[in-house]
Design a protein around this ligand. Structure first.
Ligand code: PAF
Length: 282
């Protein structure tokens, strides 16, 4: 497995693989890899001949008061895990390589509607940053397919729409959320939790499953269920950002006629913001 930092070198190597008729899978990440990421890499390895995992902490998707500076950078450990998972190339560019003229001068990709609300409302500009860097990674790697985690449900919806709307010739594969034994979704940000916060964190998934059970038992007052869920999170010691029951496709507030619903949640433990989701069909 090779690690490449320059776009020029990446393009040269990938041209060689393409000439040999190899298919290319891309797994975009910000590094600090855990089993969740590795499951994406495994899916890419099953689906393509060559797998490129990008590791880039994308400054464009971080807000001014967010954790860009402290986001964990663990390239050596990431490389070991990727090699063991059968990854072919690591693309780990610098911010200068990706944004040579700086962020202010950068052309951006805006994905309307599905980027609004939920995390989009709490983190203005976040999905613009994600859609822009993913579009650039697609243009740099020109993969046949790319794998994203379903844990970032809204992000996956944004990317699917961006690919559809811009007719990007990349197949998008979603991979299921990987959880700890107590249900907590694996996330690089779990590493920020102290012992006490870590003990509280499983309440996020518990609240999702409790609400899903209520839906399965025929509860249809979605707004009341959202309020109850937010209260349950507060009582467990979290500070809910939102708990929204939405149409799984549009991400708009669920209405009576919707059959496929997704419960989207974001909540703070101290300064750490955790997100999770659960889909249910009625
Ligand atoms: O999900 C992530 O880690 C990031 O948002 C992504 C898709 C790598 C874009 O920077």
């Amino acid at each position: 497995m090779r690690t490449i930092h320059s776009l020029k070198e990446l393009r040269t190597i990938l041209r060689g693989y393409r000439r040999q008729g190899k298919t290319i899978g891309l797994v975009p990440t910000m590094g600090n890899l855990h089993e969740g990421h590795i499951s994406l890499v495994r899916k890419a390895v099953e689906s393509a001949d060559i797998v490129v995992t990008s590791i880039f902490v994308n400054p464009m998707q971080f807000g001014a008061n967010e954790d860009l500076a402290t986001y964990p950078r663990t390239l050596a450990e990431d490389q070991e895990q990727l090699e063991a998972a059968g990854n072919t190339l690591v693309f780990a560019p610098s911010a200068e390589e990706i944004y040579p003229e700086g962020l202010a001068q950068q052309t951006r990709v805006v994905v309307p509607e599905v980027s609004d609300g939920h995390c989009g409302a709490s983190r203005p500009g976040h999905f613009e940053g994600v859609a822009t860097v993913v579009t650039m990674l697609f243009n740099m790697v020109q993969p046949d397919l790319a794998v994203f985690g379903e844990k970032d449900y809204q992000q996956l919806a944004v990317i699917r729409k961006m690919v559809r709307d811009l007719m990007v010739p990349v197949e998008i594969l979603g991979a299921p959320t990987v959880r700890e034994e107590d249900g907590l979704a694996k996330s690089s940000r779990n590493g920020y939790l102290n012992e006490q916060e870590r003990a509280i964190a499983p309440a996020v998934y518990r609240t999702l499953t409790t609400t899903a059970e209520k839906l399965a038992n025929g509860h249809t007052d979605f707004r009341a269920l959202e309020k109850e869920a937010e209260q349950a999170l507060s009582e467990a010691g979290l500070r809910p950002d939102y708990f929204n029951i939405v149409n799984s496709l549009t991400l708009k507030p669920a209405t009576d006629g919707d059959r496929d619903l997704t419960l989207l949640v974001a909540a703070f433990l101290g300064t750490t913001r955790l997100i999770d989701n659960l889909s249910v069909s009625r």
